[in-house]
Design a protein around this ligand. Sequence first.
Ligand SMILES: C[S@@+](CC[C@H](N)C(=O)[O-])C[C@H]1O[C@@H](n2cnc3c(N)ncnc32)[C@H](O)[C@@H]1O
Length: 248
Amino acid sequence: MTNFYREDLAYIHDVGFRYYALESAPGILDILNQNNLSKGFVVDLGCGSGLWAKELILADYQVLGIDISESMINIARQRVPNANFVVASLFNVEIPPCDAVTSLGECLNYLFDPNNNHQKLAELFNRIYNALLSGGIFIFDILEPGPLSQGNPSRTFTEGEDWIVLVEKEEDLKQKILTRRITTFRQVGEYYRRDDEIHRAQLYKASYITEELEKVGFQVQTLNSFGQYNLSKGHTAFVAHKTVVPES
Ligand SMILES: C[S@@+](CC[C@H](N)C(=O)[O-])C[C@H]1O[C@@H](n2cnc3c(N)ncnc32)[C@H](O)[C@@H]1O
């Protein structure tokens, strides 16, 4: 049982921050189509509450979603009963043979799994390359280091009908680690329940990620948007191709 994206933050992410997965979805479906992957089996690493998995199922793909948060997976299972979901860390889960792997929303940056480090990330790229069928693609995004636009540290709040979330962000410029101190209040009956989480994320330069992907054999393209959806500042998307191996 992980201590991150517990029940209230999972709920708030699902209702208040769904725009990223939903607005990126048409652009990512286009990328799959353009790569002759208009159907097939997609593994979504860090699938969260299954927003993107649902779009994939609606477009006739088969989906396996993997997330370290049990609360996120609980929401995903209710939302998309005809996809498969597993609670596990993407850094050690077995990735089955598949047509595409996706990972949206900085999942590879998070240090929730204490084993996540540069070496584990390189191993993950290798495992994904080996799991992909010839012609398959790996589509994901990462958060890069860089000064926070609202100062360092910065504080923001966001609110919805029955919740509010307060976030203090601080970037360690030397270690390239972003720490988010998150306080949530969610209405439960008459009162608001408080919870607190601290999320740490390792930040990576896009050029470093490209090099690591190329080392395992991918052909790499970077993007600042998925279709019409422009990624927010500091985010870069990657489309990593496993080139078609000619049949002998
Ligand atoms: C910002 S959320 C994005 C969720 C979803 N992909 C979306 O776009 O709505 C990041 C997700 O990554 C998951 N995550 C972080 N580290 C993980 C790990 N090591 N293994 C599996 N999931 C992880 C979190 O639990 C969380 O659901």
